[in-house]
Design a protein around this ligand. Structure first.
Ligand SMILES: Cc1cc2nc3c(=O)[nH]c(=O)nc-3n(C[C@H](O)[C@H](O)[C@H](O)COP(=O)(O)OP(=O)(O)OC[C@H]3O[C@@H](n4cnc5c(N)ncnc54)[C@H](O)[C@@H]3O)c2cc1C
Length: 400
């Protein structure tokens, strides 16, 4: 069937990306028949390595005189890694075999939209992702370089590697591929206070000898930074990693870690053991239960020589709909919140701030009296108006 010249329409998508990124084989062959030069290089499979190979061939072809054809068996399914996409429930299907699929009558059908098995195997495996970019759309991104120990060249080694291959890899190809796939660079695209704190903890741990198995950073013989700085040595690496340099972790900052618990003994023990603060859950507690849990937490804290009085707490997700209209309050409780939480509306009725300002203030007052220090409100709509009502009609009426 000839390739459709126009983008095709489905119930949900107009396939502009696929149509104008790819060509059908008929179009590729027609381009030769209609005066284009024949293809010089044909790459079979436009998955992770086929695409990388084609790109390298193209980039290395300085005069741009060669035509390269990438023959891919699948469609353009995802524009980038599945984890960069909104949650679509796509993943790698479980390991299986063609024999198993046949016995289930499922042979020949794609699994998880694009996955298929290309060969028979006695060892079950997930198969291939039949689409542009292949399994790189799913892979984890680990790319450790093989150590010499893993490429033994000794004559009596059980799985001996040819010395020439090891030399080529070590002297050229590992470095080239690391540059090409970006493993030379620090992963500063993952950033934020948590990552900085973790990096700092790791950095301190390694430098202070806490992580005994680790090689001190400055002694790493083959740190990628050194490869980009010919002639550099471990001293230069230490210099590059010193405080304040672009490669050093950012200075230590104390990041408080608050732990949530509905109030179980185990949960509160965890809060006391590891937390800098306690989050209680508004729709899973009451002022009385909150007070009981707070007392229990105080005991756990005291048992660990921590001061209960300076240990902060907060009530989170206090669903809020302040209204003086009883029917409106009932509607929000029954038709909005209860289905949202999959809870019985009667059980929620006295736990959340849905209703007149006076009853919301009364509930919050009881929490304040139970020792609750902060409540995070979550309006169930019309946020500006609800926040205004909370500030003007509820807050002033709270008594402690
Ligand atoms: C969940 C997951 C995590 C992974 N994590 C890592 C990791 O952290 N580090 C790592 O190094 N590796 C990882 N891998 C492995 C890595 O993804 C694969 O080794 C790599 O993607 C394989 O590349 P490839 O080009 O050989 O095959 P693929 O990327 O599978 O490409 C094969 C391509 O060929 C096409 N094709 C098949 N048959 C034909 C045909 N007859 N004609 C035309 N086209 C055809 C397919 O449609 C596909 O596009 C992971 C894999 C998975 C699934």
């Amino acid at each position: 069937m000839p390739t459709s010249p126009r983008a095709q329409r489905t119930d949900f998508s107009l396939d502009i990306a696929g149509r104008y990124t790819c060509n059908g084989l008929d179009e590729a062959l027609a381009s030769v028949g209609s005066g284009g030069r024949p293809f010089d290089l044909i790459v079979v499979g436009g998955g992770s390595f086929g695409a990388a190979l084609a790109q390298q061939l193209f980039a290395n072809d300085q005069a741009q005189v060669h035509r390269i054809l990438v023959l891919e068996g699948g469609p353009l399914a995802l524009p980038e890694h599945v984890q960069n996409m909104p949650l679509q429930g796509l993943g790698v299907p479980p390991a299986t075999s063609i024999a198993q699929l046949r016995s289930q009558g499922l042979d020949g059908q794609p699994r998880a939209e694009v996955w298929g098995l290309a060969w028979h195997s006695s060892t079950p495996f997930p198969g291939l992702a039949y689409c542009l970019a292949g399994r790189s759309l799913y892979f984890g991104g680990w790319s450790p370089q093989l150590l010499d120990d893993e490429m033994p060249t000794a004559v009596n080694a059980p799985s001996r590697w040819p010395q020439a291959v090891v030399n080529d890899l070590n002297n050229r190809y590992f470095a080239e591929s690391a540059t090409q796939i970006g493993t030379e660079e620090t992963n500063d695209f993952i950033f934020g206070p948590l990552q900085n704190a973790l990096r700092q903890a790791l950095y301190d741990g390694i430098n202070n000898g806490v992580i005994t198995e680790a090689i001190p950073l400055g002694n790493l013989p083959d740190h990628p930074v050194l490869r980009n700085n010919p002639g550099a040595n471990a001293a230069r690496l230490r210099e590059l990693l010193r405080d304040g340099s672009p490669l050093s972790p950012t200075p230590r900052r104390q990041i408080p870690v608050w732990i949530a618990s509905w109030g179980s003994k185990a949960g509160l023990r965890r809060v006391a053991r590891l937390g800098d603060g306690w989050f209680a859950s508004a729709y899973n507690t009451t002022p009385d239960d909150f007070e009981a849990a707070r007392e229990s937490l105080s005991e756990e804290l005291s048992a660990r020589d921590r001061d209960p009085d300076s240990f902060p707490n907060a009530l989170v997700t206090m669903w809020t709909w302040i209204t003086e209209d009883a029917r409106d309050a009932e509607r929000v409780l029954r038709d909005v919140l209860a289905p949202l939480l999959k809870r019985d509306p009667e059980a929620l009725r006295h736990q959340v701030c849905i209703g007149p300002a006076e009853s919301c203030a009364e509930l919050l007052s009881r929490y304040a009296q139970a020792g609750c220090q902060r409540v995070h409100l979550w309006p169930l709509g019309d946020e500006p108006r609800q926040i205004e009502l909370a500030a003007t009609a509820v807050l002033p009426a709270i008594t402690t």
